[in-house]
Design a protein around this ligand. Structure first.
Ligand code: FES
Length: 153
């Protein structure tokens, strides 16, 4: 009852799911498609743990409805690596210890990818500004900034 079928393009694959129209993109990814890399920190746009790319632009997936994202290209953390080969942003986070507990890391990495792609990573301050919506309670910020800057070089 109230459940409808929708189709999402996620990490290059077309996925069909049944969910209520009020379901957020984050919940659809995690609960319906079993893509649990995107994290739910706050569920109201405050922490950035749920960050994904939609048509190449980053969004908080907790703030958008799944149905509204049909026909768009959604990229989650699961879509970055090519087989065993890490995406350069993932490799840079490993190299620079850009995480401690790791909970915020998928969102940090997706934001970092967008930061570089959109040309906002030419200075540390620019990176800090761009990444300010991605909270890290462990305080790994200096290492996160270093990782993003390295990929931009
Ligand atoms: Fe979406 Fe916190 S879970 S911003």
């Amino acid at each position: 009852e109230g459940v409808s079928e929708m189709t999402l393009r996620v990490n290059g694959t077309t996925r069909t799911l049944r969910a209520e129209p009020r379901v957020t993109l984050l919940d659809a990814l995690r609960e319906n498609l079993n893509l649990t890399g995107s994290k739910k920190g706050c569920d109201h746009g405050q922490c950035g743990a749920c960050t994904v790319l939609v048509d190449g632009r980053r969004i908080n997936s907790c703030l958008t409805l799944a149905v509204m994202n049909q026909g768009k290209e959604i990229t989650t953390i699961e879509g970055l690596a090519k087989g065993e080969e890490l995406h350069p942003m993932q490799a840079a986070f490993v190299k620079h210890d850009g995480f401690q507990c790791g909970y915020c890391t998928p969102g940090q990495i997706m934001s970092g990818v967008a930061c570089v792609q959109e040309g906002h990573a030419t200075t540390d301050d620019q990176v800090r500004e761009w990444m300010s919506g991605n909270l890290c309670r462990c305080g790994a910020y200096p290492n996160i900034t270093a990782a993003v800057r390295e990929v931009a070089k």
